[in-house]
Design a protein around this ligand. Structure first.
Ligand code: URA
Ligand code: CA
Length: 437
């Protein structure tokens, strides 16, 4: 079989067999298929799509291109969650300990932040001493003791995805639903999860700009799970504003600690999204009979402090100073040279936010990376003081900036003004959770 024949087949709208897809991934990873042929194939996929079966076969082939983590010697159903890159999204740091406090097993591998989105690993590293690189046996031991641990993805997890993503990035083939779905799901499956709850974000801060695209991606990923015998559920959520109030590493850990300490109201968007995701994890994992029972279990774990205790233990077992996992002590990690308020230039209603713009502003303050090698300042970032729909008076603070390096502060403040629209009349807002698929 010549690979060019498969490219032609896909370009003509044909369907690739499991063997053909397997040969493609094996050939690409071992160097038999050159980048230019793989580029042409991925463009044919982007233009013509893939069937549910092809997408599942692609996911499976990618998953087996490198290490597959075996968690079968850990007790219970292995639960995982994934969010498609948001701003102010600290759900992992809330959900992992909370679900563990309800009896779940969460052995999670996370990624770093890039561009306007934050990464769980960077947030964890803002707690002094915390080590996100643990040998597999140590990682499993922590999960055995505590029910929860979060580490970085091992270097050889889905090498096919690393190669394909680098190519997609420069060939206009990133925005293909089957390629995105297989990219994400292959990594989740290779990290050993039985139950996967996905948070697909849509809006100004998200990868999927429109609801239609987000729904399509959600359905595609759930279909992959069905084909591969995993329990997968997808929630489509709004990312038209930062999810939490905090955008920054230690600031987001502080918000997670506050939520786990019962200091954040149930009506808060971060609380709501954490709850919806964690409820699905408990129900799909068989730890709760239904949503109502799951919600009660989770609320109890907030009220009695057992969720916070799980986070504290997780940090301690991963080498970190767990005394910071406390709503008062954690302030020390958020200490910066100066706090700067962003005063509203007019009165009115907050009618629009560009979450990506806000994420980029936090990144420029030092909270994130523009390139992979940038160094993060864990303490800096910003705390939003308003939500979509809020009324604001001229001079009131839109957000508080946590600043150590003020060299480009005026530019950052202008960027924030551009990202928050204030109008005379309130605009319609949509619910936080748009669908459960
Ligand atoms: N995130 C991924 O991991 N892969 C994609 O293709 C897109 C987003
Ligand atoms: Ca995230």
């Amino acid at each position: 079989m010549r690979f060019v024949d498969l490219i032609e087949k896909k370009a003509d709208g044909g369907v690739l067999s499991r063997e053909e897809i397997k040969a493609m991934i094996t050939g690409y990873v071992n160097g038999d298929i050159p980048d230019y042929q793989m580029s042409a194939m991925m463009m044919a996929i982007r233009l013509n799509g893939m069937s549910a079966e092809e997408t599942a076969d692609l996911t499976l082939a990618m998953m087996h291109s490198g290490d597959v983590v075996d968690l079968s010697d850990l007790p219970g159903v292995k639960l995982d969650k994934h969010s498609t890159g948001g701003v102010g999204d600290t759900t992992t740091l809330v959900i992992v300990p909370l679900v563990a406090a309800c009896g779940g097993t969460v052995a999670k591998m996370s990624g770093r932040g890039l561009g306007h989105t934050g990464g769980t690993l960077d947030k964890l590293e803002s707690i002094p001493g915390t080590c996100i690189e643990q040998p597999m046996e140590v990682f499993k031991d922590i999960v055995r003791k505590n029910g929860a641990a979060v580490i970085g993805q091992s270097a050889n997890l889905v090498p096919a995805d690393k190669m394909m993503y680098a190519l997609r990035d420069v060939t206009g083939t990133v925005r293909s639903i089957p390629l995105i779905a297989s990219s994400i799901m292959s990594k989740k499956l290779a990290s050993g999860a039985d139950v996967i709850v996905l948070d697909i974000k849509t809006g100004t801060g998200a990868f999927m700009r429109t609801e239609k695209e987000a729904f399509e991606l959600a359905h595609t990923m759930v279909d992959i799970g069905t084909h591969l015998d995993r329990k997968v559920c997808a929630i489509v959520t709004d990312m038209d504003q930062p999810l939490g109030m905090a955008v920054g590493n230690a600031l987001e850990v502080r918000e997670a600690v506050q939520l786990l300490s019962g200091m954040i109201p149930e009506t808060d968007p971060l609380y709501e999204v954490c709850m919806v995701l964690a409820v699905r994890m408990l129900v799909l994992g068989g730890l709760a009979a239904d949503s109502e029972e799951a919600e009660n279990m989770l609320k109890r774990a907030i009220d009695n402090g057992s969720g916070l205790e799980k986070l504290r233990n997780m940090i301690a077992l991963q080498g970190g100073d767990a005394s910071y996992i406390d709503p008062v002590r954690i302030d020390e990690l958020c200490s910066v040279r100066k706090l700067v308020e962003l005063p509203a230039r007019r009165s009115g209603y907050i009618s629009g936010m560009n979450a990506e713009g806000i994420g980029n502003a936090a990144q420029k303050l030092g909270a994130g990376r523009a390139t992979k090698d940038d160094i993060i300042d864990p303490a800096v970032g910003l705390i939003m003081r308003v939500r979509l729909g809020d009324k604001i008076e001229e001079g009131d603070s839109i957000c508080t900036l946590y600043v150590n390096d003020d060299s480009n502060l005026p530019e950052i403040m202008e960027q924030l003004y551009d990202a928050v629209r204030i109008t005379e009349e309130p605009a319609d807002t949509r619910p936080m959770v748009l669908a459960v698929i």
